[in-house]
Design a protein around this ligand. Structure first.
Ligand SMILES: Nc1nc2c(ncn2[C@@H]2O[C@H](COP(=O)(O)OP(=O)(O)OP(=O)(O)O)[C@@H](O)[C@H]2O)c(=O)[nH]1
Length: 182
């Protein structure tokens, strides 16, 4: 089977671990330093259910409630990883705003996405419970995962689950267009 190219954007408030999750997934390492990202694109090949994928991972600049959703991330992107930190209420508030803007700009009611609560290793500093994250994702009809880029917990699950969500959405689209033709 020929490989499929898929583009994923990782978005969220500043310092929630977007780069760390991307680097952990692509390079298998955690760098404990903080260097704010402007934009970084990684490529990684991966195989799921005997299908090969070439994944383009766009690690985006941290957003806040006042940021304008960068329009380049609404085109050509197949799915989104929306990240907050379980230690930051602000990042949880901002992720809801980013989600609203994403639906607004794409004009879609359903976008393949995974909501990620990162930094679970910092359990003493937890501000957002697992249930709060789960409920938010449930309301969006999206997948929810808690992760730790530092301990490499659930990191590959994020990207693999998202790829499967993208496939599901593609299949639905194809079914719909087949209906229109026949
Ligand atoms: N303890 C812990 N620290 C983390 C984890 N993920 C990221 N960090 C730390 O959090 C800080 C910010 O991480 P980044 O990956 O740069 O965050 P970012 O979201 O890409 O930041 P911006 O580029 O500013 O938007 C760094 O000091 C990381 O080492 C994690 O899972 N656990």
């Amino acid at each position: 089977m020929p490989f499929r190219q898929r583009k994923i954007a990782v978005m969220g408030y500043r310092s929630v671990g977007k780069s760390s999750l991307s680097i952990q997934f692509v390079e298998g390492q955690f760098v404990d330093s903080y260097d704010p990202t402007i934009e970084n694109t990684f490529t990684k090949s991966t195989r799921i259910n005997s299908q090969d994928y070439e994944l383009q991972l766009v690690d985006t600049a941290g957003q806040d409630e006042y940021s304008i959703f960068p329009s380049q991330y609404s085109i050509d992107v197949h799915g989104y990883v929306l990240v907050y930190s379980i230690t930051s209420e602000k990042s949880f508030d901002v992720i809801k705003i980013i989600y609203d803007k994403l639906l607004d700009i794409t004009g879609k009611v359903h976008v393949p996405l995974v909501l990620v609560g990162n930094k679970t290793d910092l359990h003493m500093e937890r501000m957002i419970s697992y249930d709060e994250g789960r409920k938010l994702a449930e309301g969006w009809n999206a997948i929810f995962l808690e992760a730790s880029a530092k301990q490499n917990t659930s990191v590959s699950d994020i990207f693999h689950t998202l790829l499967m969500e993208i496939e599901k959405a593609d299949t639905k689209m194809n079914e719909k267009s087949n209906c229109l033709i026949s």
